[in-house]
Design a protein around this ligand. Structure first.
Ligand code: GDP
Ligand code: MG
Length: 658
């Protein structure tokens, strides 16, 4: 395989990663000395249709629209509509929010809303009429959604505090920074007043508030995003000045970029003698995080969490950045927002820390969260005080729900408890029969089906490899595939096994997961099942490339996939006839007579085929389970040795989905 030239791979990956969205890039508006607002915020100030006219010329940040007409069949799912408009799904979610329509990525919106939001982005929306009787056997499933709230009035929109999350490598000081900033906000006389932990807190500086999510790490961040919630406005990448950019730092960068969230850098531990902030910034530059000192536009602050130095500057810059983002929300009407944490607490029952994103949450409100509901019995702020209400960006703990909700789930306030209960119950029963809408599964087929005809498709990929060299080689080869129909965008490319995080990132970004010369760790396997994200592992580079090429050409045939049944170890060989029998002990799973088997000597397969006979003592058996002995004769194989491993598997036909 060709060794990739460093320069070419870097420049190409820069190019591709900025496509299919470009939000992160667009949002990297210099905070200092620049009043130009980020492109992605364009439709925000003109959410309603009439005012949107002047905005028409302004293209959405997510790549130029190819087709001015958008035609879709209902249900009009947010994610699909975003794809058609060339927007990142969260951008559309944001725009919808500004129109006071709160829909998760996988939820459907009304036709008139689609018309409005399309218009605001310079598109004309049309519903594709189904032909009479064509295919449609059932009535379209009713989406269990609360009634639409009254539209937000422009005059109700006010600046809201930014919501900030710290991310970075373990031990680089995320928790210390959160604590130090919080400590610095405690005024005299209320010392000790910060013992309460509600998963988020707010500070105030010069009359301006900042909200911090106390769930450091991109795991929580991406897990929430995989459920369709983007609670964070600004992600602060914490890098220890003595340690520099580490694997998790890189991962965090990918996660933030994939989310299109504004990035800031805090170079921590600057008090240490070994601290080298400049080196850190150089390393960040190599990972496409270009900080101001290096001519970029990402704010970076040198700090020390333990000494408290640089914290005020960091906070000031947060406020500055937040000003640039022009974060607004309505301070009127029923509250909507997102769950940060859910718990069952002794003495309190089910509690949920929520972040209000719009409207005002009040004690006594009828709250709806997924299949849960309840009357808000009490609201507790981050200081442990009872409060009567919470407005936008304010985190509060809610008492009174009938269960503990999942982080990332959205909540709404309904007109009354009865309404909340009926929607909750409907959702719960749907969930029971497994019909609740999950995020759609990304496969190459639906990728093709979902994108407009003449629009270039973007195949998003989380790529993991064993070593840097092979990672670069695979990346380079994939980027070299010449196709005018599709192009690869690496949401994340890193070294090591495929982890649960990779799955969540893929889920949140509509990406596929590809591993080269690597494996999946335990939790990744179950996450992949749960989240319905497929992992493809390869050990031969041209196989990987060929499959991606085939996929790009739309030539994927149903594939046969191995389902591992069990394995047996050869303990003794009986040379009874021309075809000897292997006396085996089933080591794990089971051996099935009708399944296929493969003989492994060491790691080398030396036979692969059917099973001729399977015996328990003298009797034929259809299957033999782990812990039992059996005699195995495989097709025409006659060369068993003690300690050979016989792997038993079946072949399942699965649609290729790369
Ligand atoms: P996290 O894993 O990113 O949350 O890191 P922690 O906040 O738990 O910090 C890890 C370790 O680094 C702890 O022992 C902290 O005391 C130490 N630490 C954090 N910030 C600083 C700092 O600014 N200077 C020094 N010298 N040590 C720090
Ligand atoms: Mg920590």
């Amino acid at each position: 395989m060709p060794t990739p030239k460093k320069s070419s791979s870097t420049s190409r990956s820069t190019k591709t990663s900025s496509k299919g969205g470009g939000t992160a890039a667009a949002k990297k508006t210099a905070a200092k000395g620049s009043s130009s607002k980020p492109k992605s915020a364009a439709p925000k100030s003109a959410p309603a249709a009439p005012a949107a006219k002047e905005e028409k010329a302004e293209k959405p940040a997510g790549g130029p629209p190819k087709d001015k007409n958008i035609v879709m069949k209902p249900p009009i799912v947010v994610k699909d509509l975003a794809t058609k408009m060339g927007l990142k799904p969260f951008q559309l979610v944001h725009q919808l929010m500004e129109m006071n329509v709160f829909a998760a990525l996988t939820q459907a919106i009304e036709e008139d809303v689609a018309v409005k939001v399309c218009e605001a982005n310079g598109f004309k929306f049309e519903v594709e009429k189904r032909e009479k009787g064509a295919g449609q056997v059932h009535a379209p499933e009713k989406v269990v959604e609360p009634p639409k709230p009254e539209p937000i009035k422009e005059e109700d929109l006010q600046t809201r505090p930014p919501v900030i999350t710290f991310m970075g490598h373990v031990d680089h000081g995320k928790t210390s920074l959160l604590d130090a900033i919080r400590q610095s906000n405690v005024t005299e006389g209320e010392a000790g007043g910060i013992t309460q932990h509600i998963g988020a807190y707010q500070i105030e500086r010069k009359g301006q508030k900042i909200t911090f999510l106390d769930t450091p790490g991109h795991e929580a961040f991406t897990a929430m995003r995989a459920r369709g919630a983007n609670a964070t406005d600004i992600a602060i990448l914490v890098v220890a000045a003595d340690d520099g950019v580490m694997p998790t730092t890189k991962e965090a960068i990918s996660h933030v970029k994939a989310a299109g969230v504004q990035l800031m850098v805090a170079v921590n531990k600057c008090d240490l003698p070994a601290a080298n902030p400049d080196k850190v910034k150089g390393q960040l530059q190599e990972h496409e995080v270009s900080v101001e000192d290096y001519g970029g536009d990402i704010i970076s602050c040198d700090v020390s969490a333990t000494k408290g130095t640089g914290l005020e500057n960091l906070i000031e810059n947060m406020l500055l950045q937040s000003e640039v983002l022009e974060l607004k929300a309505s301070y009127k009407g029923h509250a909507r927002g997102v769950i940060i944490e859910g718990q069952s607490e002794v003495g309190r029952g089910n509690t949920a820390t929520v972040l209000v994103q719009s409207g005002v949450l009040k004690v006594g409100d009828a709250m709806l969260v997924g299949p849960l509901y309840g009357r808000v019995k009490a609201l507790i702020n981050d200081r442990g005080e009872r409060v009567k209400e919470a407005g936008p960006s304010m985190p509060v703990k809610v008492l009174g729900l009938d269960g503990a909700p999942v982080p990332g789930e959205e909540f709404t306030v309904m007109r009354n408890e009865k309404e909340a209960r009926s929607v909750a119950e409907e959702r719960a029963s749907k969930e029971r029969v497994g019909k609740l809408e999950k995020g759609s599964v990304v496969t190459l087929e639906n990728l093709f089906a979902r994108t407009a005809k003449d629009q270039k498709k973007i195949l998003k990929m989380v790529l993991k490899a064993d070593v840097q060299g092979s990672l670069e080689a695979v990346k380079d080869s994939l980027l070299k595939i010449d196709s005018d129909k599709i192009e690869v965008d690496f949401v994340h490319a890193g070294i090591g096994p495929v982890t649960e995080n990779d799955i969540l990132l893929a889920k949140a970004s509509d990406a596929i997961v590809v591993g080269f010369n690597t494996k999946t760790d335990g939790s990744a396997a179950s996450a992949s099942k749960r989240e319905e994200v497929q992992i493809k592992l390869y050990s031969i580079i041209y196989e990987l490339i060929d499959q991606v090429k085939d996929a790009m050409a739309g030539l994927l045939d149903p594939e046969e996939r191995e389902a591992h049944l069990g394995k047996a170890v050869v303990k003794q060989v009986f040379k009874l006839s021309k075809f000897p029998v292997a006396g085996c002990l089933v080591d794990s799973g089971r051996i099935e007579r009708k399944a296929r088997a493969r003989v492994l000597r060491g790691k080398t397969p030396i036979y692969d085929g059917g099973i001729h006979t399977l015996k328990r003592f003298q009797d034929d058996a259809s299957e033999v389970k782990a812990g039992l002995e059996c005699g195995i004769r495989l097709g025409d194989f006659n060369d068993y040795e003690v300690n050979d491993v016989i792997e038993c598997y079946t072949l399942e036909k699965v649609a290729q989905s790369l």
